[in-house]
Write a protein that binds this ligand. Sequence first.
Ligand code: MEV
Length: 292
Amino acid sequence: MIKKIGVGKAHSKIILIGEHSVVYGYSAIALPLKDIEVVCRVEKADLPTEVDIADPLSTAVFAALEYLERPDENLTITIESSVPEKRGMGSSAAVAIAAIRAVFDYYDSPLSLSVLEMLANQAEIIAHENPSGLDAKTCLSDQAIKFIRNLGFSEITIDLEACLVIADTGIHGHTRQAVQKVRQQEEKALPYLHHLGDLTNVIEVGILAKDLVVIGTSMTQAHQELDKLGVSSPQANHLVNVALKNGALGAKMSGGGLGGCIIALCHNQKEAQSIAQRLEKEGAVNTWIENL
Ligand code: MEV
């Protein structure tokens, strides 16, 4: 049965540790941001659905229509999103997931998690070229996850009684270019990627032991490695320094980089609010606080 309107939702994500090294098989830890959402609506249109193969939303809708064997359907797609685009918060994956859910809802067709993830990753290839799958997996999870490319993921309980400030530099990130930049460095990148992989393991142990100092220090070290790889940006470096000077336990860029967001680990809400205010004074265009 075709519904009048199909609706799909998805939430965003933030990478705690392991961006870029995850592409090379090291583990990464990422968190869903369940309150920062995308909603997609699908309705019948008079004109054919416009497909732009360079756009992840079009690719997601087209992949869903092909899967449902309705590639020639005329649809209007509207997106309502509180996830800023190209900031390392998983906007492309969240938009793709919401759109696929909306198309399946429109046709009242059942959608398994594995089909949803497979279709979302098809759209992510357009956005990211060679995605590790971390973004789609985290946008599909209600829990923090540890993810290893091609091997799978496990849910992680994060119960630190701490807070994470997310601050947007206001600059578009460029994941595809950043991934290419790392790849072009060939063997020169290997020690940095290896260290990032080690830091993910240290942070995982720190999460289990609820050791905020270990987690924070490792986050800051990871930022330094990402900066050496050339995927940070002057704005992200500035916000990381502001967070550290104002008492954060650790701070780093998050996501593909060359713009996008930074994250800062804070002892509690009060400290997080004061650091978020400071970051906004120092150029962040938006901040969010997540309880960890
Ligand atoms: C992008 O959000 C994360 C990267 O590690 C790329 C990927 O995992 O595909 C930079």
